[in-house]
Write a protein that binds this ligand. Structure first.
Ligand code: ZN
Length: 437
């Protein structure tokens, strides 16, 4: 199994910390609004990563947080005329619904900031004790220049960053690169800390959650490429300070999403909420559209891409429906999971899903030809397709027939053979209603 590691910029052999176990963490949403389909790329990508490790037989523990304390939530609470907790709860619920409707709910741990406040205080205190952080007028900042390899993830060095104009001068900080671990607030939700009332900085919550859920290091840390700097860089800096490690052995980043060549944004009107998208399309469509491009590459959402994904989805769906008739009429169990070496070869190459999608299309073609010729490989190919699609998180129903279904199916065939099309049609309709043909 080879993974591209953003930390080293190399394709590396995956070696878990504990044999046969994988620990992974992916930065979750700030819960102040509904998420858009661009936000679904990390969700879908790391769901596939999770499912593939499971397929390989690893015990996987997957954590993804909710940023439920944040200035954006304070602003939204004011706008909506409700409390920050009400805002956070509302959008946590909405996000959980999105995960459900996109078949991406396999997250084992979903920590929130509010339940980790004490851990955050302890963590910041340790940083201050070790002189990696300092308090200034109720704020606490991290001393970036104490971290020798700061910039390792985003391939920048401290000198460049110091002289760059990207960092705004802030009077309270000793150095413009320093970032807030704790911030004094005078409005909205405030929490009492050893440094007075305020809220924690965003960069500190993920490290604290990882440390308290998994211990001081995990196998895989994931997120969108836009989080590399400063968020992930700052997570690493804190982990270097307290634990002298880079927090995760493998850092994985998925590429951007554009819509028709433009960045998705509210002002451009190409902003599609995940919950609205799913009303019009099957979740399979967006997944196939995403998997046709390697997860690390930028991706452009176009109507053409969705049409292609739609066609591929229909091909798989129809092939499996035909195969399911064969399975049921031959009383073959459809509950299977098998190993497929070609699939593994592609996936072990840093999750090469574009190759997997081409391979799936090929398998469906073979399946159709086997079905036409009543060949010997129908079950075997069906098993492969079912296994691969389920690892990709694609959902296809292969219902087990009930007694009625067999009767209706046999009657349909009988009347068709008798050329009694009126009666045959009656049974056909029943079968279509139950999604059998
Ligand atoms: Zn994070």
């Amino acid at each position: 199994m080879k993974i591209y590691n953003s930390l080293t910029d190399k394709i590396e052999e995956f070696k878990p910390i504990k044999e046969n176990e994988v620990t992974m963490y992916v930065c979750g949403p700030t819960v102040y609004n509904y998420v858009h389909i661009g936000n679904m790329r990390p969700v879908i990508t790391f769901d596939m990563v999770y499912k593939y490790f499971k397929y390989l037989g690893y015990k996987v523990t997957y954590a993804s947080n909710f940023t439920d304390i944040n200035p954006k939530i304070i602003t939204m609470a004011k706008e909506m005329g409700i409390t920050e907790r009400e805002v956070a709860d509302k959008f946590i619920d909405a996000y959980l619904k999105d995960l459900e409707s996109y078949n991406c709910s396999n997250i084992d741990e979903r920590p929130t900031v509010i339940e980790h406040l004490d851990d955050i205080f302890t963590f910041i205190k340790k940083l201050i004790e070790k002189d990696y952080a300092y308090e200034k007028d109720g704020d606490v900042y991290f001393r970036v220049n104490k971290i020798k390899d700061y910039g390792i993830l985003s391939n920048q060095n401290i000198l460049e960053l110091e002289s760059g104009s990207r960092v705004e001068i802030d009077d309270k900080k000793e150095d413009p690169l320093d970032f807030a671990l704790w911030r004094k607030t005078t409005e909205g939700e405030q929490f009492l800390s050893p440094w007075g009332k305020g809220i924690p900085g965003w960069h500190t919550e993920c490290v604290v959650m990882i440390n308290s859920i998994f211990g001081n290091k995990i196998d895989i840390h994931g997120g969108g490429v836009d989080l590399k700097f400063p968020h992930h860089e700052n997570e690493i800096a804190q982990s270097m300070a307290l634990n002298n490690n880079h927090l995760a052995n493998y850092w994985m980043h998925n590429g951007h999403i554009n819509v028709n060549g433009e960045k998705m944004s509210k002002s451009l009107g190409n902003f599609i909420l995940a919950k609205d998208f799913i009303k019009m399309h099957d979740a399979n469509i967006i997944k196939i559209a995403l998997f046709k491009t390697h997860y690390r590459l930028p991706l452009n959402f176009t109507d053409e891409l969705f049409n292609e994904a739609n066609i591929i989805n229909d091909k798989i769906k129809n092939g499996l429906k035909q195969a399911n008739i064969y399975l049921n009429t031959n009383q073959i169990d459809n509950n299977f999971n098998i190993k497929d070496t070609t699939f593994e070869e592609y996936m072990n190459d840093d999750f090469n899903t574009p190759n997997v999608i081409s391979y799936l299309i090929e398998l469906v073609k073979n399946l159709n030809s086997e079905l036409r010729n009543n060949g010997n490989n129908i079950v075997n190919i069906t098993k492969k397709i079912v296994t691969i699609t389920s690892v990709l998180g694609l959902k296809y129903d292969l219902p087990k027939w009930e007694k009625d279904d067999f009767e209706n199916y046999n009657k349909w065939q009988e009347y068709r053979n008798l050329k009694n099309f009126e009666k045959a049609d009656m049974y056909r309709k029943k079968l279509i209603e139950k999604n059998i043909i």
